[in-house]
Design a protein around this ligand. Structure first.
Ligand SMILES: C[S@@+](CC[C@H](N)C(=O)[O-])C[C@H]1O[C@@H](n2cnc3c(N)ncnc32)[C@H](O)[C@@H]1O
Length: 179
């Protein structure tokens, strides 16, 4: 799926890149973009910032393997699309948001905050062996990895969302006299 069609140039490019078995779904707010529908390319018209649009649209589509957000480029639009689409993607799916300019870019700040969930932990020394636990919640529980590139973020969806991330301590024993 590509959010943002404009004059339609990237839709055949994605078909060529991913091969003849690929089905491309273009999404745009502009109804005239329906003109770019063709064999293997479906067009859906709607506002990417509207969670209701995604709730109506996504159940009619197969789980998405790749999503590219090149739509309105406003952080609230990018966040709304990500929160609706990402948990419904195919396991291992890749979500890409492009044109992320400026130091305090709102979508980058949002993804950085999600990334902080991956590091949150409570360290328990009892029961033994000690382990760190981080309960998962919200979109963060679907994240396998986050990749930052110049002007672009790529987020990969996990296969099975865990209830928590657990890291059991192996190796050197924790001596009781070491606080
Ligand atoms: C940068 S252009 C897309 C260019 C295209 N991906 C390409 O590479 O040729 C941005 C497109 O996003 C669409 N757009 C803007 N706001 C939108 C919204 N809220 N929801 C869906 N599409 C939107 C615009 O109508 C425009 O066609």
């Amino acid at each position: 799926m590509e959010i943002g069609i404009f004059s339609g140039g990237s839709l055949p490019m994605w078909r060529q890149h991913f091969g003849p078995g690929c089905r491309v779904i273009g999404v745009d707010i502009e109804p005239a973009c329906r003109a770019y529908a063709e064999d293997g390319v479906d067009i859906v018209i709607g506002d990417q910032a509207d969670a209701g649009f995604w709730a109506d649209t996504l159940p009619n589509l197969p789980p998405l393997n790749v999503v590219i957000d090149d739509g309105g480029h406003k952080a609230h639009q990018q966040i709304a699309s990500f929160e609706s689409i990402f948990p419904t993607m195919a396991p291992g799916g890749v979500y890409l948001c492009e044109d992320l300019h400026h130091r305090e870019n709102g979508f980058v700040q949002y993804i950085l905050a999600l990334g902080q969930h991956l590091n949150a932990c409570q360290i328990a020394r009892n029961p033994t062996p000690p382990h760190s636990t981080s309960p998962t919640s919200g979109p963060a529980k679907w994240i396998a990895s986050i990749h930052f590139y110049p002007f672009m973020v790529v987020i990969q969806r996990t296969h099975v969302p865990p209830e928590s991330w657990e890291s059991e301590k192996h190796g050197t024993e924790w001596e009781p006299f070491l606080k």
